[in-house]
Design a protein around this ligand. Structure first.
Ligand SMILES: Cc1ncc(C[n+]2csc(CCOP(=O)(O)OP(=O)(O)O)c2C)c(N)n1
Ligand SMILES: [Mg+2]
Length: 819
């Protein structure tokens, strides 16, 4: 397919200059008098009340952390409390114009943002909807304690629900918004448009763009706000998220009816500090966060610095920027100046700043100054303001009292399996939306579909091996499964590096470009963190994603997104959210130390991920089909060593129709009775060769069992094989130390100790860098290594002369040297 944009030397080599526009700094200069026509007294009062609620909410937390009590209520809170006392105006200003359809993501310091966003959602939702939300939240467990004896209206009940639910969440109670699974730094509540808050600094920076992507792709209303701190702009994933959000293709290549640029506003809650490092003058060089916009796109992200120590300039900026986003001209960057009067945490000794500086900001405190301005302008009378403050403070205190009361707000039981039960959602969803999927052609006419139709799906044809050019291979299997789901689920998208015109780096997606519009299949920037982060954000919003990392070696670039984000949000939501993400990761060979590593062990170690690793066409199609109806994150490893291989183990071949293979069921690829060889990945084929040699030369019959998956894993087929053979060798291409097989061997040994006739043996690659292609036989397990190890460590093979040293003293020597 021809590229739509032609790069010409005459144009790109022509002389010129890049002109930057001025970036406004605190441009808002209106007075309250100027604003009297824009806001009603009720608006002013609600802004004031919301700021006071947040202040009281956090003052209580501050006091219980410092003194173990607030007023007459003693409470010791073990967990964190990152307070934003001083930042209330920025939070309330941010939320004032947002509706429930506008979604905010935040940071570890987000109590204020959560409450502010919830308060405006409560004002905007209908009473019926509010009741429905409260009743359905954990079966009514959160609303029950606060409705007991309460006589007020639905909105006031919802206010109590939110404050109580947030406190309960912070105190790890079963009555928390996320049943205590999130806690202070991660609390959220999607029905009010409050999306995950992230304890990883800048964590939301790569996730929120995926939420904005979901809105564009699925034509959903609303904007996404990514609230992150000034120091988070030093984080790579934040830059990647910004890059992902600012791709030209949204406006240049995508269907204009989708709405243009991503509707995302990066809102920097700029309090001038990380924990103690100063972002101006010390840890960063941009001086103004708003300056970053100039480096991102010609619109300079419409960046501005805004006075966030007053709610009205923030509201003004959000009004203007919301319009920019609604017109498809996003992304937007706001540098919202604020100040954290409280410490980073209550134990903070404030050694990094002077007392005078804090006092200056206390003197300018937005809550006090806003009150005075309202009174001076005659907007709201002092007694009305003070009564509102007293009233909301009473409610906040009452909710705190209820939340600390273990009788009213219990923790989950000590023997509870709740955490285990929410690690995976284990659902099967045909489609996440009922609308017809957008396709560019009748799929029967697709060139790849037609090509596959002519391919041989069985191990042999007329008793002859199938020529490689004609064989239905693993690439075809994955393609087929994906195309099937693309044609059913309209929310399904796939993205990653070189996913579109290139056909996927390894040819799996060839043909998809013709079949799918840009917004369902697109090239991402070389931003692995943003690729996985955006997939997480997209899934949190309710869509299905296939994201791709070109090589397992690049997982480090998306480390946080895989290990802390993709894996955890289902459980941290206490099962409210699902994560239908398939993360395809190819494992390389022949490309040396940084492109040939099997890192399955990294994801095996992380709770909350399903991990598949099929190496036959039949398994690849069936397991991809399962992954693509599931609601859990699946890391789907593929080996470049076997992409071209046809089905060798299933005489009936690979069905043309739809079928599923559960993830976690090992598969017997060769039946035997003398010895079990358990494999993961392409080592299956190494083991098959070894098994044939064992048979030919020594008359031994080896059973070969392919794990096909890493987690979950049913040990029963392995145990059954071991009960028969009594001997077991584990083989994979990962380096031996800490590989998946070590865990499988240890577990199986515990489960089947009495059935073992010899020691379990794990064979992996050497604990080295992967050397050059020409030297790979020194590194990856070879069939001879399996025989060598059997001979040395399980049972001597008559007349056998080992090719390599697989003895126990050698194992110990290597361990001693760390190689
Ligand atoms: C990836 C990561 N690095 C370090 C930390 C420890 N930490 C927590 S908050 C913080 C400072 C964050 O500053 P900023 O982004 O400006 O947000 P603020 O705390 O000022 O709201 C640090 C370093 C962390 N939680 N995550
Ligand atoms: Mg900061």
């Amino acid at each position: 397919m021809p590229k739509s944009i032609v790069i010409e030397p005459e144009t790109v080599l022509a002389r010129g200059t890049i002109r930057l526009a001025d970036i406004p700094v605190n441009a808002y200069q209106r007075t309250i008098e100027d604003e009297l026509s824009a806001y009603s007294s009720a608006d002013f009062l609600s802004i004031w009340q919301d700021m006071c609620a947040i202040r009281e909410f956090e003052t209580i937390l501050d006091q219980i952390k410092k003194k173990g009590a607030y007023k007459d209520v003693a409470y010791s809170h073990a967990g964190p409390a990152h307070l934003s006392i001083g930042q209330e105006a920025a939070a309330v200003g941010m939320a004032f114009l947002l509706g429930p359809e506008d979604h905010v993501f935040g940071s570890h310091r987000s109590h204020g943002a959560i409450l502010a966003k919830g308060f405006t959602a409560i004002r905007r939702l209908s009473e019926d909807r509010l009741l429905e939300i409260m009743k359905s939240c954990h079966g009514g467990a959160v609303v029950r304690p606060v409705e007991k004896g309460f006589q007020g209206n639905v909105r006031d009940l919802a206010l109590r629900f939110l404050i109580y639910g947030a406190y309960s969440e912070i105190f790890a109670r079963d009555t928390g918004l996320n049943r205590g699974m999130g806690g202070s730094m991660h609390a959220f509540f999607a029905p009010f448009g409050i999306y995950p808050n992230n304890a990883i600094v800048g964590g939301s920076g790569s996730i929120a763009p995926g939420a904005a992507l979901f809105k564009r792709v699925n034509r959903k209303p609303g904007i996404v706000v990514c609230n992150i701190g000034d120091a988070s702009f030093g984080c790579g994933p934040v830059w990647e998220g910004i890059t992902f959000s600012a791709m030209d293709q949204y406006r240049q290549l995508w269907d204009p009816s989708l709405g243009g640029g991503l509707p995302i506003l990066f809102n920097c809650m700029n309090n001038f500090y990380g924990m103690g490092g100063q972002t101006v003058g010390e840890t960063m060089g941009m001086q103004f966060i708003a300056r970053i916009g100039a480096g991102v796109n010609p619109e300079q992200m419409h960046a501005e610095r805004v006075n966030g120590y007053d709610p009205l300039p923030v509201i003004d900026a959000f009004r203007r920027k919301k319009q920019v986003l609604e017109e498809g001209r996003g992304p937007v960057l706001l540098d919202t100046v604020t100040y954290r009067i409280s410490g980073h945490s209550p134990s903070d000794a404030s050694s990094y700043r002077s007392k005078e500086e804090v006092e200056h900001w206390q003197h300018a405190d937005a809550i006090r100054t806003f009150r005075q301005k309202l009174i001076d302008a005659g907007a709201v009378a002092a007694d009305v303001l003070d009564a509102a403050r007293t009233c909301i403070e009473t409610t906040v205190f009452e909710m705190f009292r209820l939340a600390v009361d273990l009788g009213v707000s219990p923790r989950i039981q000590a023997d509870s399996e709740l955490v285990g039960s929410v690690m995976f959602s284990n659902r099967s969803v045909e489609r996440f939306d009922e609308r017809p999927p957008e396709l560019l052609q009748n799929l029967a006419e697709n060139s790849r579909v037609q090509q596959i139709r002519g391919r041989i799906r069985t191990p042999s044809q007329n008793d002859q091996p199938v020529q490689q050019a004609k064989v239905y291979n693993i690439r075809d299997a994955i393609f087929e499964a994906m195309l099937h789901r693309f044609a059913i689920d309209p929310t399904m998208v796939a993205f990653g590096e070189e996913n579109r015109d290139w056909g996927g780096a390894f040819g799996v997606y060839r043909g998809l470009t013709e079949a799918l519009p840009y917004h369902r299949l697109f090239n991402s920037p070389i931003s692995e963190a943003a690729i996985v982060g955006a997939a997480v954000g997209y899934a949190l919003e309710g869509g299905r994603v296939v994201a791709e990392l070109m090589y397992a070696d690049f997982m480090g670039r998306a480390g946080d997104e895989i290990f802390n984000q993709l894996s955890k949000w289902q459980a941290m939501s206490a099962g409210e959210l699902v994560m239908p993400v398939v993360l395809r990761i190819s494992i390389g060979a022949k490309y040396g130390a940084q492109h040939s590593q099997d890192w399955a062990a990294l994801v095996q170690h992380i709770p909350g991920l399903k991990v598949a690793y099929p190496v036959t066409p039949y398994d690849a199609k069936g397991m991809m089909n399962t992954a693509l109806t599931g609601t859990d994150p699946v890391v789907f490893f593929e080996s470049q060593k076997v992409y071209h291989l046809g089905e060798m183990f299933r005489p009936e071949g690979v069905p043309e129709g739809y079928y599923e293979i559960p993830i976690g069921e090992p598969s017997i690829k060769r039946v035997g009775k003398d010895l079990t060889i358990v494999t993961l990945g392409p080592a299956l084929y190494t083991a098959i060769t070894a098994a044939e040699e064992l048979h030919k030369r020594f008359g031994l019959s080896a059973e070969v069992v392919d794990l096909r998956a890493v987690n979950p894993l049913n040990y029963e087929p392995l145990a059954e094989s071991l009960r028969k053979t009594g001997k077991v060798v584990f083989v994979s291409d990962a380096v031996e130390r800490g590989c998946v097989m070590q865990t499988v061997a240890a577990t199986l040994t515990q489960l089947c100790f009495d059935d073992l006739d010899g020691p379990p043996v794990v064979i992996g690659s050497r604990n080295w860098i992967t050397p050059a292609a020409e030297l790979e036989t020194l590194f990856f397990p070879q069939p001879s290594w399996i025989l060598d190890a059997i001979h040395e460590r399980i049972q001597p093979l008559k007349g056998y002369r080992p090719a390599t040293n697989q003895t126990l003293p050698e194992l110990a020597r290597r361990a001693r040297l760390g190689i």
